[in-house]
Design a protein around this ligand. Structure first.
Ligand SMILES: NC(=O)c1ccc[n+]([C@@H]2O[C@H](COP(=O)([O-])OP(=O)(O)OC[C@H]3O[C@@H](n4cnc5c(N)ncnc54)[C@H](OP(=O)(O)O)[C@@H]3O)[C@@H](O)[C@H]2O)c1
Length: 109
């Protein structure tokens, strides 16, 4: 049976690379791609609701605040995306028995 992978930040550079490679793995995995504005990873309840709907075994977080030049003038946004959202993703993984790594979160049955 195929495992389900949801990719956040799927329109970014890393997300697009994953989408290019995904067909090589389609016998084993079903991919769901999400990015702004549909899913904002700083919105923890929305992320959890989506995961409840999709029921992924694997979450790949390719979403990030990458505007380095702006980070000093809008630190709250940078921390929200690159810090607190990852904390919430980790907590979601713990709640659902995911094993987190830096960008990859896997649900263990
Ligand atoms: N590029 C690489 O070679 C590479 C290699 C290894 C690791 N990484 C890591 O992979 C991550 C992504 O890098 P990237 O180069 O792909 O960056 P990127 O091209 O800037 O892509 C980031 C994506 O995340 C989206 N995003 C931003 N805030 C979001 C939010 N709150 N909720 C959901 N999506 C959001 C962005 O949407 P908007 O454009 O609309 O803001 C964009 O589509 C970073 O952590 C980076 O360190 C990148």
């Amino acid at each position: 049976m195929k495992e389900t992978i949801v990719v956040f930040g799927s329109k970014g550079q890393l997300g697009q690379e994953i989408q290019e490679l995904a067909p090589l793995y389609e016998n084993h995995y079903s991919f769901y791609y999400r990015d702004l504005p549909e899913v904002d990873i700083t919105n923890a309840p929305a992320v959890e609701q989506l995961c409840d709907e999709i029921n992924p075994q694997i979450i790949i977080n390719a979403a990030a605040y990458t505007q380095v030049d702006l980070a000093e003038s809008e630190p709250e946004k940078a921390y929200a995306v690159n810090g607190f959202a990852l904390k919430h993703l980790s907590q979601l993984c713990e709640k659902k028995k995911y094993f987190p790594s830096s960008h990859l979160y896997r649900l263990c049955f």
